[in-house]
Design a protein around this ligand. Structure first.
Ligand code: PLP
Length: 377
């Protein structure tokens, strides 16, 4: 290209690189399409992209599944899965204590499309009862958001399979470090990779894993409807996922320490954490999970002014997400669960005094020092 005159035609065919050029990090293939005929495998980035595919392969390895397809968000993964498996007249079973957007999607949007959605109260027994009369699909969160019930994936899988239906598990809070739902019979494993899998609060994405035959159907729906992950997001998640094991090991142990400590705080009325023996699902959590993950939900004894609370915090960051290396506090009633009506929140016990802590990798003493604010310090 040296000595190129502006009037000279540029030969873009020369602008080719070989494979990954031995790059230490899997490169970002920032290209909308691929040169044919060599690029036939990927064709067009809405359909597939090498950087995104590289992430999909890693998630399959972590989940022990045959295939994964990636999405522009966790909700993209949830929606595309539901829209692929269900059709007007189908029955879906969910539980009341779900991430509020998934709840709204399942009840309102799919309801308007002719799907019959049955909503079980929290807990495995209620889910098993709701499946008794059959269903095409059961969608559960392994650890629920924000009240942290732990659903018995093996039992639910056995029951729905005996009825000829499928089980999709949103394992975002559990993470592949603590749980592999497919090994317990889940047909689809869903993740918001915006949380622990990326781990740095810098990416929004989703993933859906399982056996090739079913994932190919969901993948085909993604290619048609378009909620595909972009290559830069895949690069960020590819970087974050390298430290998932280390982060989760630390996060599991930090959260355990914090839940036990704040359970004795005089300013805290109730702690929701599956690792505490008082938790209603402690037995199944102990059996099913490698660790209890990083979310600790609690209710303060007194009503709290959010603005002054957030100002007093030094280590903990107030934000609308979870799953990063830094500890984050959120207020479900005005943040993650604001899309529920006041009555719906009340049924779940999501009061104005409830807080959700996503414990990070910091020194746990620093996190506890901040939480002293609930004791009036
Ligand atoms: N599933 C769970 C359990 C979540 O907490 C979230 C959170 O936002 C989602 C799905 C949706 O993921 P995303 O924000 O990546 O669309």
């Amino acid at each position: 290209m040296e000595g190129l005159e502006l009037s000279e035609p540029v030969n873009y065919q020369e602008d080719r690189h070989d494979e990954t050029a031995a790059s230490l990090n899997f490169p970002i293939f920032q290209s909308s399409a691929y040169v044919m005929p060599k690029g036939e495998k990927y064709r067009y980035t809405r359909e597939s992209n090498p950087t995104v595919e590289n992430l999909a392969i890693k998630i399959s390895a972590l989940e022990g599944t045959e295939k994964t397809t990636c999405f522009s968000s966790g909700m993209g993964a949830v929606f595309t899965t539901l829209f692929t498996i269900l059709k007007p007249g189908s029955t879906l079973v969910i539980h009341r204590d779900m991430f509020s957007r998934t709840y709204r999607l399942s009840t309102d949007l799919l309801g308007a499309w002719g799907v019959k959605t049955r909503v079980a109260d929290p807990g495995t027994d209620n889910l098993l009862e709701a499946i008794e009369s059959g269903a095409d699909l059961v969608l559960v969160e392994a650890i629920t958001n924000p009240i942290l019930r732990v659903n018995d994936i093996g039992k639910i899988a056995t029951r729905i399979h005996s009825q000829g239906g499928l089980l999709a598990v949103d394992s975002t809070i559990a993470t592949p470090y603590n749980l592999n739902p497919a090994s317990l019979g889940a047909d689809v494993v869903l993740h918001s990779v915006s949380k622990y899998i990326s781990g740095n609060n810098d990416a929004i994405g989703g993933a859906c894993s399982g056996q090739t035959k079913l994932i190919d159907r969901i993948d085909s729906m993604r290619r048609t409807t378009g909620p595909s992950m972009d290559p830069f997001t895949a690069f960020l998640v590819n970087q974050g996922i390298k430290t998932l094991d280390l982060r989760m090991k630390r996060i599991n142990s930090n959260a355990e320490r914090i839940a036990e400590a704040i359970n004795h705080f005089k300013g805290i009325q109730e702690v929701y954490y599956p690792g505490l023996p008082s938790h209603p699902d402690h037995r199944i959590a102990r059996e099913m999970l490698k660790g209890y993950s990083g979310i600790v939900t609690f209710k303060s004894r007194n009503s709290i002014d959010l603005v002054s609370l957030f100002k007093k915090l030094r280590t903990i960051i107030p934000a609308n997400t979870l799953g990063g290396v830094g500890t984050i506090i959120s207020h479900p009633a005005t943040m993650s669960h604001r899309n529920l009506s006041a009555q719906e929140r009340e049924k779940l016990g999501i009061t104005d005094t409830m807080f959700r802590l996503s414990v990070g990798i910091e020194d746990p003493d620093l996190i506890l020092k901040d939480l002293e604010v609930f004791n009036g310090h």
